[in-house]
Design a protein. Structure first.
Length: 518
């Protein structure tokens, strides 16, 4: 009987040697005449254990990790004999870090072959589309609204309302756009799902097309994600061959076609109107709103623009899961969030769980503290525009409103951990510098304010008129917050002000906090 071995082809796993491990396993198999099929999957998201290799056994898939090209042969021996091995992790689904999660969106990621439509179907794929075709527009909109799903790109806008607005707009053409620009620091969930389960994104976008009456969609992927581009293109081709994309989807009267577009590498191109400019072939400069993209979006037509994870949540919801989805979470944050643990953290990776888990549980318990073993000092949540949280705020539950109440944001769910060697004045300077570099230049508070912010923080760090310059930084932050056209300039004050508020001791001349402690 063929022995089936699974090795991730996720870019994060490939970066630490998954291709070499697959090669060694394949060579050993042919050398010894073993009947082995190597299936390249996505990652399960336990990045500190990658390359994680699994073998199908009667009791489930047995995982080993982290495997290297040097120990792959001994792992293969242990797979064949069933004997002990220091890298043996047991049944993959029973690994506590994985078992603790509620995987609704990422249920198949790391499990199926992302190139195989049949594998997707065998694991529940396209059940949502089948039901969506039977329900029609009104039924789909009712389900999406009932699920309580809010956009996972950062702003947390209710997806049902957005789709309804586009559905109600009358136009000769409408579009569905998937925002896969994923520029936030510490985030990789969009990439992971595109590489590990691309059909779920396609299915979600197809359902959106049926809901609002759009027959064309675009996936805008950042150029830094070549593996995701390849995976999405392969899946689109497979879906077309399988009749779930293109003309007369699943034998219905609905048509829906998809194309991948690759961005040129600007953080601001993740902002929806800037992204639309870029898709239309122009420089990514933010458009003033209104009109909203839902009324006048791509090529001036009503457009649904959603994050990858928003679309990827849809198939579960439409497959009869709206209520189940809504039952998870807290307050107005319903369902699950694929949280990404990154930075100086022991157990970094993808952790999908219901809203409501606290920041402390995520960092200390799930993440296991810092990789360096030093105390955690600060955690930036929500990307480069997110606030820095000190340990005193670790009781904050992962919830849009709870984070906003503490002058923070959950954004796209990225958590970047810093130990006690971090210089928070430097981080505040970095926030301003990032804004200056990435600013589209359309409005003055952001374009000028960020550059002035860098210079002023430099003066503070040199010890020049510290009190006066701190007042200037606060003033600049207020101007940027209330006067900027989009959230790049408008939210840069969050990391700066949180650093000032919670880590004031870092702002001033030497001796710095660390030198003083030595
Ligand atoms: C500077 C900036 C960068 C952004 N980058 C992204 C991004 O990379 N991906 C994303 O989905 N949304 C990003 N957004 C949010 C989008 O403008 C928009 O809210 C989102 O695509 C809507 O989808 P959702 O409702 O599914 O979240 C960004 C916003 C700003 C202001
Ligand atoms: S805030 Fe910055 S990025 Fe946004 S429109 Fe103004 S200049 Fe452009």
């Amino acid at each position: 009987m063929t022995m089936r071995v699974y090795v991730s082809r996720d870019a994060g796993a490939v970066a630490v040697g998954a291709d070499e491990v697959a090669l060694v396993l394949g060579l050993a198999a042919s050398k010894h005449g073993l009947d082995i099929e190597i299936v390249r999957t996505g990652s399960r998201g336990l990045y500190w254990l990658e390359p994680m290799v699994e073998v199908a056994m009667p009791q489930g898939r047995i995982a080993f990790g982290p495997v290297t090209e040097f120990n792959a042969n001994s792992v293969l021996d242990a797979m064949i004999s069933g004997g002990p091995h220091p890298l043996r992790l047991g049944v993959a689904g029973e690994i506590p870090w994985l078992k603790r999660q509620t995987r609704l969106t990422f249920a198949r990621c790391g499990v199926i072959d992302p190139r195989a439509l049949a594998d997707y179907r065998a694991h529940g794929g396209y059940k949502g589309l089948e039901r969506a075709l039977a329900l029609g527009s009104d039924g789909i909109l009712a389900d999406v609204t009932a699920s309580g799903l809010r956009g996972r790109g950062g702003a947390g806008f209710p997806t049902g309302i957005k789709w309804k607005t586009v559905a109600q707009a009358s136009a000769d053409r409408k579009f569905i756009v998937c925002n896969a620009d994923e520029g936030d620091s510490g985030t990789f969930a969009d990439r992971m799902i595109m590489e590990g389960d691309p059909f779920v994104v396609i299915e979600g976008m197809t359902i959106a097309g049926i809901a609002v009456g759009a027959s064309k969609g675009y996936i805008y992927i950042r150029s830094e994600y070549p593996h995701a581009v390849e995976a999405m293109n392969a899946a689109i081709a497979a879906a077309k061959r399988g009749g779930t994309l293109g003309a007369r989807i699943g034998g219905s009267n609905h048509s829906f076609d998809l194309e991948v577009r690759v961005g040129a590498g600007a953080y601001v191109c993740g902002e929806e109107t800037s992204l639309l400019e870029s898709l239309e072939g122009r420089r990514g400069i933010v458009r003033a709103k209104p009109p909203l993209p839902a009324h006048k979006g791509l090529f001036g037509k009503p457009t649904v623009i959603n994050n990858v994870l928003s679309f990827a949540a849809i198939p579960f919801i439409l497959a009869g899961g709206a209520k189940v989805y809504a039952d998870y979470g807290m307050g107005r944050s319903r369902g699950t969030m694929p949280i990404q643990l990154a930075g100086n953290i022991r157990h970094g990776g993808l952790f999908e769980t219901a809203f409501g888990i606290t920041l402390g549980e995520l960092v200390d318990d799930v993440g296991g503290g810092t990789f360096t073993g030093r105390p955690v000092r600060a955690v930036q949540v929500g990307g480069p525009l997110g606030a820095y949280f000190p340990r005193e705020l670790f009781d904050t539950p992962f919830d849009y409103e709870a984070f906003a109440a503490r002058d923070g944001l959950i954004g796209h769910g990225g958590i970047v951990v810093f130990d006690d060697s971090v210089d928070m004045a430097k981080q505040a300077r970095f926030a301003m510098e990032f804004c200056a570099v990435e600013s589209c230049g359309k409005c003055t508070p952001c374009r000028i304010g960020s550059t002035r912010g860098v210079g002023t923080i430099d003066k503070i760090r040199r010890g020049e008129r510290v009190a006066e310059n701190l007042a200037v930084v606060e003033d600049l932050c207020n101007t940027m917050k209330f006067g900027s056209l989009c959230a790049l300039g408008g939210f840069t004050p969050y990391p700066v002000m949180s650093a000032l508020k919670h880590f004031r001791e870092d702002f001033g001349p030497a001796p710095t906090r660390l030198e003083a402690a030595e």
